[in-house]
Design a protein around this ligand. Structure first.
Ligand SMILES: [Zn+2]
Length: 281
């Protein structure tokens, strides 16, 4: 069942659980994500990067068809729409949600460009995620882990001014692999949650942040956790063990990668309490 991201996240906000947003790269990973969601009876958000596929409209359409046939609620979100063109392509291709990432711009520019998308997306029944503060890169964690963190009052103001459906916040996570130990500013998160009222919050850079940190973030009021690197690394590790055997069965190569990817995703679905939260229309 195809739904918007707002439908999924507003329920998660009310019932206080988190939802995984795995990044997909191929049909195999899309099918894996949907299978995990169905097996655990969980609503799911599929995150798609604009650069990930040479034919984005085809790729999104394929996801739409699989999602529509699924028994569980599934949203398709364009991750990190960095230009107006990216966002338009995501919408035209059939995403049910888009992220407008203007977190590298000034506050007024971020507000202005996010608002522009919200107005149009709202008319089409598409949800919008934006980012305030900037979630940087794990390989530059010494700097990115402590700079451009989200200011609680500014976050509340941003939500009011833009009308976004959910907001990605910078509280000490980073994209990719961490160089150093992630430190999450939970005091800041508490203040953001209090300031932002009922609007669901998003955490980018979930990979490598650690079960304890992520479970606490979800308990504290994060509703969406983006996962990319860690799922791919889990697939790669499973694959490495498999190909150590020189007589490996070639037909099991991709299923082996998918097993690693899926097992790690299932782990997070259970950690965030997203299992058994699926609903039917
Ligand atoms: Zn991200």
């Amino acid at each position: 069942m195809l739904v918007t991201m707002a439908e999924i996240l507003n329920r998660a906000r009310k019932e206080n659980y988190g939802v995984t947003a795995p990044n997909v790269q191929s049909e195999d990973t899309v099918r894996a994500v949907i299978k995990v969601a169905e097996e655990l009876n969980a609503p799911m958000i599929i995150d798609v990067n604009a650069f990930i596929h040479p034919d984005l409209p085809w790729f999104i359409n394929m996801i739409r068809e699989l999602a529509a046939l699924s028994t569980v609620p599934i949203a398709i979100n364009l991750d990190h729409g960095r230009s107006y063109e990216d966002v338009m392509l995501g919408i035209r291709s059939g995403c049910t949600s888009v992220m407008v990432d203007r977190s590298s711009l000034s506050y007024p520019e971020n507000v202005e460009q996010t608002k522009e998308v919200v107005k149009m997306a709202r008319a089409l029944g598409i949800s919008v995620e934006a980012e305030l503060g900037h979630v940087g890169m794990g390989d530059n964690y010494v700097v990115d882990g402590v700079s451009n963190l989200t200011e609680p009052e500014e976050a509340a103001k941003f939500i009011k001014e833009t009308g976004v459906d959910c907001l990605a916040v910078a509280i000490g996570t980073a994209h990719g692999r961490y160089k150093g130990t992630p430190h999450i500013d939970f005091d800041r998160l508490d203040k953001i949650v209090e300031a932002c009222g009922e609007v669901p919050l998003v955490l980018h850079g979930g990979s490598g942040t650690g079960d304890e940190n992520l479970a606490k973030a979800v308990r504290s009021g994060i509703q969406k956790v983006n996962l990319a690197t860690e799922l791919i690394v889990a697939g790669k590790e499973e694959l490495e063990k498999f190909i150590e055997d020189p007589n490996f069965d070639k037909w099991k190569l991709m299923p082996t990668f998918i097993k690693g990817y899926s097992d790690r995703l299932a782990h997070y679905v259970k950690l965030f309490g997203q299992n058994d939260k699926a609903w039917t229309k």
